[in-house]
Structures are given as C-alpha cells and as structure tokens.
Design a protein around this ligand. Structure first.
Ligand SMILES: [Zn+2]
Length: 138
C-alpha cells in the first residue's frame, strides 16, 4: 500500500514536470520572437520588409523612386501606415496604422499591399529587402 502511494506520487510529479516542461517549451519560442514585420508588395512583387516595434523610431519613406508608385509610408510606435499617397480614393490612408500580425492595408489604384507578419511566420521572401531609417529605398 505504501509502495503504491509512493508510485502514485511519482506519477503525479512526473505528469506535473512534463506539463511544466511543455509549458516552458511552448513559451520560450514566443519569448524569443523578433516582433512584427511589415511586408510591402508592389505589382504583386514583394519589395520591402520593415521591422515594427512599439518602442521603435518614427520615420517615413517613399517608394516612388524605385517603384514609380507615388506612395509614402509612415513608421512609428503605432506601426506602419500609408501616407501622402497620390491615388483617387485615399482609402489606403484611411486604413490607418498596422502593427499586429494579420493587419493589412492596400492601395488598389497603386497596386501596393501592406501586410504585417510575426517575424517567425514571415513567408520566405527572397525578393524583398529590409529597409531601415538608415537604409530607406533609394
Ligand atoms: Zn490609395
């Protein structure tokens, strides 16, 4: 009887340890993630990657020189948004800030798409390049 109880205690302890280990294993990759990333596509081609952070710098850039699209983006602690876009409807600017994975905005007249991903779930994009305040589009 005493032996069985000890066996039960060890079983419970083992299950608890396994749950803790699983919890840690599930938690760690999340804690290590690099945050949100905006992917900008133009004419169906993935062009730019922008790291987003709630404590990140505020800056803006234009993609007109490189893509011919009269589109600017504003980046800041609130995320990223279309700004100063030359399009008939300006719906893209009204879509506002995108910060969380899954947030999207689009300027259909300029065929420019903006989508935010978790850095770990970023699609494999060899075409797109990272841009920063130090290295904006030319
Ligand atoms: Zn627009």
């Amino acid at each position: 009887m005493k032996g069985l109880r000890r066996w039960e205690v060890w079983l419970v302890a083992g299950v608890v340890a396994a749950c803790v280990a699983l919890g840690v294993w599930l938690y760690l990759p999340r804690a290590a993630q690099g945050g949100a990333v905006a992917l900008i596509s133009v004419d169906g081609q993935e062009r730019y990657l922008v790291a987003l952070a709630e404590d990140g710098p505020s800056w803006s850039f234009s993609i007109q020189q490189e893509t011919g699209k009269p589109v600017c983006f504003e980046v800041g602690p609130q995320g990223i948004r279309f700004s100063q876009v030359d399009c008939p409807d300006h719906l893209c600017e009204q879509m506002g800030w995108c910060l969380s994975p899954g947030n999207r905005a689009v300027c259909l007249p300029n065929r420019t798409f903006l989508a935010v991903y978790d850095r770990q779930e970023l699609p494999n994009t060899e075409e797109a390049r990272w841009i920063t305040p130090q290295q904006p589009p030319v």
